[in-house]
Design a binder for this molecule. Structure first.
Ligand SMILES: NC(=O)c1ccc[n+]([C@@H]2O[C@H](COP(=O)([O-])OP(=O)(O)OC[C@H]3O[C@@H](n4cnc5c(N)ncnc54)[C@H](OP(=O)(O)O)[C@@H]3O)[C@@H](O)[C@H]2O)c1
Length: 295
């Protein structure tokens, strides 16, 4: 698998496999299939509630741990120094490993500075090979990159042909952060898989619209982590290293940018409120479960 080199010298595969919205029931089989197909980067998160299953699949796969680039993300309810530190240990336990390749802060809210100090400490202790952030838009990213002791190495943000994040990528490049795309197909929203331009380019190279999108990410230097629960699509999504989009093709894709999220903006105060309510509800559920257990 071809790699990019992060600012700290660590190599990261340019293409990986994401397990958001892969149910616990199907996740083990999916990760086993993805590893068998040739993926060597697995992207999970504490808030996907499938870290244990990902860890079991990696163990069962027989692929040596050092060949796999394993990413997880700290969820908001574990922000702040102490909670984040404890959650990193919990993720390591669940993933059945003594180190992570990449650990990200999932959202740019709450006490991310305390949480970042816990990530810096885990990095210096050798528990994590690289640390980074997710959904930090340029102002938040520059703030952390400027004032933190250790500068983040990766910023994982929504990027797809309808939301190309030109400006965010420029800022990430300026500060030496690798841009990694989530929803790199926009989860198919807006008809991206049947977009006439992408279909036409696919026809030109004997590829699907999905493969054209992946090739576009690779040629922009963006790491992509497609999710699919289907083996044939996992393979299709890896089969993108035998063609090159021309400058004219890239210009046509650049013109598809609608300049807005297919989901929501992390700079929308209504969404920050929504995240606040979500954290509260999760805490209440956890407290209720704890009370039931203690009774
Ligand atoms: N940091 C964050 O906040 C954040 C947020 C969202 C996601 N992520 C990460 O990014 C990963 C990817 O994002 P995502 O899962 O939201 O969306 P995505 O990869 O853009 O799209 C996944 C969708 O595309 C379909 N698909 C995959 N390959 C296809 C192909 N070749 N042809 C047609 N359809 C195809 C999948 O269907 P099937 O599964 O049915 O094949 C699924 O419905 C996640 O799994 C997660 O690891 C991170």
């Amino acid at each position: 698998m071809k790699s990019v080199v992060l600012s700290n010298g660590v190599s990261m595969p340019r293409l990986g496999y994401g397990v958001y919205q892969v149910t616990k029931a199907e996740c083990e089989e999916c990760v086993l299939e993805a590893l068998a197909a040739g993926y060597r980067l697995i992207d999970t998160a504490q808030s996907y509630f499938n870290e244990e299953v990902v860890g079991s699949a990696i163990r069962k796969s027989g692929v040596p741990r050092q060949e796999i680039f394993l990413t997880t993300k700290v969820c908001l309810e574990h922000y702040g120094y102490e909670a984040c530190k404890a959650s990193v240990e919990a993720s390591l336990r669940k993933l059945k490993t003594d180190y992570l390749d990449l650990l990200l802060l999932h959202q740019p809210f709450s006490d991310c500075y305390g949480a970042w100090r816990a990530l810096e400490e885990a990095y210096e202790a050798g528990k994590v090979r690289a640390i980074g952030i997710s959904n930090f838009y340029p102002d938040r990213m520059v703030d952390l990159a400027t004032f933190a002791r250790i500068r983040p190495m990766v910023n994982q943000v929504e990027v797809h042909p309808y939301h190309q994040q030109q400006e965010a990528k420029r800022w990430n490049d300026k500060y030496g952060l690798q841009t990694e795309a989530w929803a790199l197909f926009g989860e198919g929203r807006g008809g991206v898989f049947t977009d006439p331009v992408l279909l036409e380019l696919g026809e030109k190279y004997g590829k699907t619209a999905a493969q054209v999108i992946l090739r576009w990410h690779l040629q922009r230097g963006v790491v992509a982590i497609p999710k699919s629960v289907h083996r044939e699509r996992m393979e299709e999504n890896l089969d993108v290293f035998d063609f090159t989009l021309s400058g004219e093709d890239l210009a046509r894709i650049a013109a598809l940018d609608r300049g807005r999220s297919a989901f929501f903006s992390h700079t929308d105060p209504n969404m920050v409120e929504w995240f606040g309510r979500m954290v509260e509800e999760r805490r209440e559920r956890q407290d209720a479960a704890g009370e039931t257990k203690n009774r």
